[in-house]
Design a protein around this ligand. Structure first.
Ligand SMILES: [Fe+2]
Ligand SMILES: [Fe+2]
Length: 244
């Protein structure tokens, strides 16, 4: 049987075992930050990466040119309005968010940032930040049937965070019951996810463990299956196309 999948260019990094590097300075006076790039882009602060903040670390006031989205993998982060973003929280900010964060106890984040960050002077824009911030905790969220699957596919659950239900585009949580698999599909943009619980196996036999961050470039074709059941947080950059 000929191969009907394409996973060329895939990158897998596990946040529990990866090596951390100093985070490139934004010249905003940020402290205590280490990172592990997964898909680094040239703009400051831009791309997909893991971020580890030491206890007492902080990001001073900065503005985002595009969306900022992250999962709190461990620890907690305090946003500019005092909101505590706790372990398990999946957070999405609208483009243009201007805020600062502190991290009294330390934390590790999986981060997707779609445009460069710039350090700025002045005050937080608290009301705008609150209005443009969504928070869903993957451990306590309600899930429903994934809405855009072909009728022949196994049932898979999801929780929309900031996604288009027709195309899958955006940020969502996806929960595979044990033994369920997705239909074969092609990504027209990047798909990048973190396995929060359980394992997930791709058609080349690669099994992603809990803690793995997986980056699949545009043109990737696959159908994933979970023997154990799993939960992932995923950003799908552009619409996906079901092939079967
Ligand atoms: Fe930010
Ligand atoms: Fe996919």
């Amino acid at each position: 049987m000929s191969r009907d999948w394409n996973l060329d260019g895939r990158v897998v990094v596990n946040w529990k075992t990866c090596e951390w590097r100093p985070y490139p300075a934004l010249d905003g006076g940020e402290t205590g930050l280490m990172w592990r790039p997964v898909r680094a882009t040239p703009g400051p602060g831009d791309g997909t990466y893991l971020l580890k903040v030491a206890p007492g670390g902080r990001a001073k006031l900065h503005v985002h040119g595009g969306r900022e989205e992250f999962v709190v993998l461990e620890g907690e982060l305090v946003d500019g309005d005092g909101e505590v973003l706790a372990e398990g929280d999946v957070v999405s900010y609208e483009p243009g968010t201007r805020h600062r964060t502190t991290c009294p106890r330390g934390c590790t984040l999986m981060v997707w940032i779609e445009s460069p960050i710039a350090a700025v002077e002045g005050d937080d824009e608290i009301e705008a930040m609150r209005a443009g911030r969504r928070i869903v905790n993957w451990k306590t969220a309600d899930y429903e049937r994934y809405p855009s699957l072909p009728e022949t596919a196994d049932p898979i659950d999801w929780r929309n965070v900031r996604a288009n239900p027709e195309t899958g585009e955006g940020l969502s949580l996806i929960s595979f019951p044990p033994g369920a698999g997705s239909a074969l599909h092609e990504h027209t943009g990047w798909e990048e996810f973190v396995v929060l619980k359980g394992t997930l196996t791709d058609p080349d036999g690669a099994t992603y463990e809990t803690g793995d961050v997986v980056s699949l470039p545009p043109g990737s074709i696959h159908a994933s299956r979970s023997e154990t059941g799993c939960v992932t947080a995923v950003v799908i950059e552009k619409p996906l196309r079901t092939l079967a």
